[in-house]
Design a protein around this ligand. Structure first.
Ligand code: NAG
Ligand code: NAG
Ligand code: NAG
Ligand code: NAG
Ligand code: NAG
Ligand code: NAG
Ligand code: CU
Length: 583
């Protein structure tokens, strides 16, 4: 592995790589601190950015440079991940805790510098250290340099961020959802409606671009505005062919959608609703997660406001609508920013997503842990549950040629072929409620898996959801690259049958693919961005339990295909000695 061999390149090269054009520099200071938020009659102390929830939106024009000074005044180590930003030759700024960097320690700061190039639309940023992403996130808005959109130019643009209301306890059952931080009028606190709803004021005839982000950690959401059609024009900061529906759109954790809404209804008030879906019973059920905001026409004329129009939402157990919605998204190969799909594939992986058990690591005074059945549930990929390095971030270890971070190769296929979607394997009781445990999961094991790809190789991955878990869909997110989503299906992937159905003409380019529950999805990407890139499920529950791996991309043959050294103020886990070449 020659990653990091450019150690002799001077620090300034980083800036040269970013400058040289007339692009602007967009600068922000993110102060991370603890605030008390009050919702549903309960105070919760959470770390947030600049005192706000959601945090500030970063607005750029394609090609701009972004500089964000993160000043950590919270008691936690933090990193910020720029979700979906390709970070070409800039893996050091990816902000994946213990993959690309050590967390920014309390009372210290770090400046992220990156360029937003070759992508337009909506992305977002979030903390990438275990549970902290719950309260630290915001939108990234990327406008075209030419000023012209490949669709009707919107009159206004509105970020719409859906998230849960929860505390720092990741495994707490969430109790409510929010739209742009507002809980909406469906929730009561001591019999009094909380009364804080997101309200979008519209003018008749105008076109609104809703920049929809699912920042919730556990659920896929349906989103709909009563009385209005929605036209999807982008997803994950890639344009898609306009897709108009009078039904709900679906957005998985980690995904974004750019959606046009024309204010062409008769002036009045219309609810917008975000509703989480979940697999049907007999699987363990979460409470109904719903939030309601409103589209309100400017009260210029006389009209009757006494009735707010409600949308007809899909059933919360209807996951097929999301399957079809995602299946209807196609890319726009006519747009200059979208590359063509490569026909030749260099490496193929078939990855099962499941769960299993490993022996618990017991502390000395944990009595319960000492019986023979002390096993814990973990999530896995190809029957290996991932854990993060400790003490040294993986990218740092590679750069320092430090062998202390012992990785092993993610298997190309699952070790065992079985009926991946056999309903008998679905655990019927809440995974976390071990005291009521009825069904043991299969044994599995833990390892720090990675997969190395030659520079510029074409990689195809088929993700197969299994019933060895709660039978959720799995939103798989790859850092540093977009992939084309070639196909999806229910059941078990069968190459002989399913490859023929691949869309190699106009597949959508995404950074997060929804792998259907009890089904599969096939993606293809070009590994042309050297570094160590996290690949993981965007359900917090799954990533926290090990449904993850790292895709490593080797350096190319030239300097402009080689990862430069880290920035000068990089938060090393273990600062290298003075003999270090890049100084
Ligand atoms: C950070 O600084 C504050 C204020 O100076 C201090 O109270 C706190 O103990 C510091 N935290 C750490 C972890 O050093
Ligand atoms: C809120 O409380 C009021 C008064 O107790 C009740 O009439 C109403 O149905 C409640 N709404 C919800 C959404 O629970
Ligand atoms: C407004 O609409 C409500 C419900 O449709 C109706 O009962 C009411 O009479 C209307 N008011 C006016 C002033 O038209
Ligand atoms: C597109 O949506 C329609 C209506 O929901 C559905 O019947 C069709 O199968 C979907 N197409 C794909 C490719 O998923
Ligand atoms: C997973 O691996 C464990 C050993 O680590 C083995 O006992 C088990 O049978 C494997 N299960 C599957 C489904 O491959
Ligand atoms: C990557 O591979 C493609 C197709 O083989 C080739 O055309 C292109 O020149 C390569 N790019 C680089 C930077 O090596
Ligand atoms: Cu998952």
């Amino acid at each position: 592995m020659s990653m990091g061999m450019a150690a002799m390149v001077v620090v300034g090269a980083f800036f040269i790589a970013m400058g040289g054009s007339n692009a602007a520099v967009v600068e922000h200071t993110f102060v991370v601190s603890q605030v008390t938020v009050r919702h549903l009659c309960k105070d919760t102390v959470v770390p947030v950015v600049n005192g706000k929830l959601p945090g500030p939106a970063i607005e750029v024009t394609e090609g701009d440079s972004v500089v964000v000074h993160v000043v950590n005044q919270s008691p936690y180590g933090v990193t910020i991940h720029w979700h979906g930003v390709k970070q070409r030759l800039n893996c050091w700024a990816d902000g994946a805790g213990m993959v690309t960097q050590c967390p920014i320690a309390p009372n210290t700061s770090f400046t992220y510098r990156f360029e937003v190039a070759g992508q337009e639309g909506t992305l977002w940023w979030h903390c990438h250290v275990s549970a902290l992403r719950a309260s630290m996130h915001g939108a990234i808005i990327i406008r075209p340099k030419s000023g012209s959109y490949p669709f009707h130019k919107p009159d206004e643009e509105v970020p719409v961020i859906i998230k849960y209301l929860n505390s720092l306890q990741v495994y707490d059952v969430p109790v409510a959802s929010t739209i742009n931080g507002k809980i909406g009028d469906l929730h009561n606190c001591s019999g009094v409606e909380e009364g804080s709803s997101f309200v979008l004021e519209v003018e008749p005839g105008k076109t609104y671009l809703l920049r929809l982000v699912n920042a919730a950690l556990f659920s896929e959401y349906y989103f709909k505005v009563a009385g209005h059609k929605l036209t999807v024009v982008g997803a994950d900061a890639n344009y898609v062919r306009p897709y108009t529906t009078d039904d709900a759109v679906a957005v998985s954790p980690g995904e974004t959608l750019d959606v046009l809404m024309v204010a062409d209804a008769s002036p009045g008030q219309y609810y917008m609703v975000a509703l989480a879906n979940q697999p049907p019973e007999p699987e363990p059920q979460s409470p109904l997660l719903i939030s309601r905001g409103m589209v309100q026409y400017h009260n210029r004329q006389q009209h009757n406001f006494s009735k707010v129009v409600e949308p007809l939402m899909p059933d919360q157990h209807d996951t097929i609508k999301s399957f079809y919605f995602h299946g209807n998204l196609t890319g726009r190969p006519d747009h200059p920013l979208l590359p063509q799909v490569r026909g030749r594939v260099d490496q193929r992986l078939f990855i099962t997503l499941g769960m299993g058990t490993v022996p618990a690591i017991c502390s000395r005074d944990d009595k319960k842990c000492h019986d023979d059945e002390a096993m814990v549930d973990v999530a896995n990929m190809n029957n290996v549950s991932f854990y993060l390095p400790e003490g040294l971030a993986l990218l740092e270890a590679r750069y320092l040629h430090d062998a202390a971070v012992a990785t092993e190769e993610l298997p190309t296929t699952p070790p065992l072929v079985f009926d991946f979607i056999d309903p008998v394997l679905i655990p019927r009781i809440p995974i976390l409620n071990r005291s009521e445990r009825l069904l043991e999961l299969e044994p599995t094991r833990k390892a720090m898996t990675t997969r190395l790809f030659a520079f510029n190789s074409t990689v195809e991955v088929v993700f197969q959801s299994t019933s060895l878990m709660q039978s959720q869909s799995n939103p798989m997110h790859l850092h540093g690259h977009d992939f084309f989503v070639l196909a999806q299906g229910h059941g078990i992937f069968d190459a002989a049958r399913d490859v023929a159905g691949y869309n190699l003409v106009d597949p959508p380019a995404k950074n997060t693919v929804r792998v259907p529950r009890l089904g599969w999805a096939a993606v293809r990407f070009v590994a042309d961005n050297p570094g160590a890139w996290f690949l993981h499920c965007h359900y917090e529950f799954h990533i926290g339990l090990g449904m993850a791996t790292i895709f490593e991309v080797a350096n190319g043959p030239t300097q402009d295909t080689t990862l430069p050294p880290p920035p000068a103020d990089f938060p090393w886990c273990r600062r290298p000695g003075s003999s270090f070449a890049y100084q």
